[in-house]
Design a protein around this ligand. Structure first.
Ligand code: SF4
Ligand code: SF4
Length: 71
C-alpha cells in the first residue's frame, strides 16, 4: 500500500535516548529504529508535544512530502 503524507517531525543526533518523547506522544508515533528513533509519517498528527518535552532540543518540525508508510 502506498500512502502520500507529510513528514511532521524529525529527530536528529542530539537525541540522548531519554525516552521522554516516546512516553509523551499520544499517537505512539515515535519508535526505536536502527540506532535511532523514527517518527511514523502516518501516525504523527503534528501536535508538537514531543518538541516541547525534549530536553535535548533534538526534535524539530519537518515538512517534506514523501511516499510510503513506515508501519
Ligand atoms: S525526548 Fe529528545 S532526547 Fe529524549 S529520546 Fe526523545 S528525541 Fe531523544
Ligand atoms: S508531533 Fe505529536 S503526534 Fe507527532 S510524534 Fe510528536 S508527540 Fe507524536
Amino acid at each position: 500500500m502506498t500512502v502520500r503524507t507529510a513528514t511532521i517531525v524529525a529527530i536528529d543526533d542530539r537525541c540522548t535516548g531519554c525516552g521522554a518523547c516516546l512516553a509523551t506522544c499520544p499517537e505512539r508515533a515515535i519508535r526505536p529504529g536502527r540506532g535511532r528513533l523514527v517518527v511514523s509519517e502516518v501516525r504523527c498528527t503534528a501536535c508538537l508535544a514531543c518538541i516541547e518535552i525534549c530536553p535535548a532540543g533534538a526534535i524539530r518540525e519537518a515538512g517534506a512530502i514523501r511516499e510510503g508508510a513506515w508501519w
